[in-house]
Ligand binder design. Sequence first.
Ligand code: GLN
Length: 529
Amino acid sequence: MEFKFGGSAENQKTVLGHPAGLFVLFFTEMWERFSFYGMRALLVLFLVSTLIDGGWDWSRADALVLYGWYTGLVYLTPIIGGFIADKFMGYRNAVVLGALIMTLGHGSMALEGLTSIFFYIGLSLLIIGNGFFKPNISSMVGQLYKNHGKEKDSGYTIFYMGINAGAFLGILLCGYIGENIGWHYGFGLAGIFMFLGMLQFYFTQKIFGRIGLSPKQTQDFDDVIEDSVEKIGEDIEEVIEEAESSGVVRDRMIVIGVFSIFVIFFWWAFEQAGGSMTVFAADYTDRALVGSAALTFKIVNTIITVVPMLVITWVLVMLFKQTFQNYAFANVLLGLSFVIIWGIVIWMLNREFQSDATEVPASWFSVLNSLFIILFAPLFSKIWESKLNPSGPVKFAIGLLLVGFGFGVLAYGAAGIPDGAKTASVSLMFLVVAYFLHTMGELCVSPVGLSYVSKLAPVKFVSLMFGIWFTANFFANLLGGFTGSYIDPISEEYGLTTFFLIFTIIPISAALIMLLLNPMLKRMMHGIE
Ligand code: GLN
C-alpha cells in the first residue's frame, strides 16, 4: 500500500492535516528547547548574583563571555552529532542519547551547590547532548513528508511553534523559579521535562516506521522487506538520483552554504536579545508600573501565559485522540509533564497576583519573541502556501531587512539619551516594536531555512547539512556576544544610537547583497521551491 506520509501506518493518522508523528517530534523538541532556553535565561543572572543570593558574584563581562561560549558551543556540536547519526547510529538513537545526556546535564547542574565542578560538567553535558539531538530531530521532521512541496514548509513551521512553546515556558518558568525559589531548582526543573520528553519519544518511536533507523538497520530491513514494489520504486529513485549530474548536488550544497553564511548576520544581530537588548531594557527603559498599570501588567501577563498553554494543551489532546490506542504509556508520560507544568503555571500566576510588583522585570521582554512566533507562525505558513510566496533568497533578504529595521527603531528610541549616560527612561514600546520586527524576520529566515536544508541536502547527509546550518549560530552567537560586550565603550564615545545603528546597517547591507544574488541562487537550487 502506498502511504501518503513517511513512517508507519499509524503515522498516516493526521492532526491538523499533518502526520501524527510530527506532533511527537513537536513535544520532544518542545521539552528540549524548554531546557535550552530555561538555562539560557538563568545563566547570566545566576553567575552575576551575589554569594548571599546563591550566585557566584561574577562580573557582567565574565558572565557574558561564558554565556557566549555556551550559546555558541551548543550549535557547534550538531555538526558532529549529525555526522555520527547519518553514518552510524541513525537519528532516533541519536535523539534518545542526546536527550539522556542532557537530562544528566541538568542533574549535574542542580548539584552546583555541592561543588562548582558539577556546574561545568552539567553545561558540558548539555552542549554534547544538544549535538546529538538538534540536527537529528530536525532531519526527522523533513522525512515525514514524501515530497518537497509546501506541506513540508508548513510542517517545519508547526515544528517551529513547538520550539517556541518550549522556549516560552522555559524562559518563563525556569527564570521565575531560579530567581525566586533557588537556582538549582531552576536548573533541575528542565531536567525533569527533558527526561519525560525522552521517554515519550522512546516509547512512541515505532510510529516513525523506518524513518531515523541506523543505516545498518535500514539495510537489514531492506533484505527482508516483502513489499517489492516499493523497493523497486526506491531503487529507481536512487538511480535517478545518482544519474542527476553531481553538479546539481554540488550547486544545492553551495546554496546551503550561502544561506548558512548570510544567516550568521541575522543571528548575530538577533541574538543581541540576550545581551545588549537586555542591558537596554534593564538600564535605559521606563519599566515602572504606576497606578493601575501594575494590575494591567498582571492581567496581560496572565493572558499571554494561559492562552499559549491552552493552545498546546489542545494540540496534545488531538495527538492523544490519534495515538492513545497504541501508545498509551507514552501518552501518559506526556500527559504527566503537562499536569506538572499546569500546576507550576497556576502556582506562579497566583503568586504573581499577590505580589506588589512595581516594575516590569527586564527579562520579561525576551518572552515576547516566542510569544510572537506562536501567534504569527500560522499566518506566515499561509503566506508561504499562497501566490505571494517569494523565493528562498528573497525570504532571507526580507528577514535581514526586518532585523535591521528593528534595530533602527531602537536607534531612534535611544536618540535622546546623552552619550555615555548610564541610565535613561525611554518608553518600553520601542523594545516591543523591535522584538516584533525581529520575530517577523525570524519567521522569514529560520523555519524556512530548516525546510530548505531538508530539501536541498543529499539524502545521505541531511543531518550533517543541518549540522552546518546550525554552525552558523556558533559564529553568530560568539560574535554577537563579543560585539554586544562593547555596548559601554561605544555608547560612551559615540552614543547608544550609534551602537544600535551598527546592527541596522550591517543586516540591511547583507539583505541587499542577497537580493542581488537571488537570480543566481534560484538557478543553483535546480527546481527546489
Ligand atoms: N529559535 C530556534 C531554535 O531554538 C532557532 C535558533 C537558531 O537557529 N539560532 O531552534
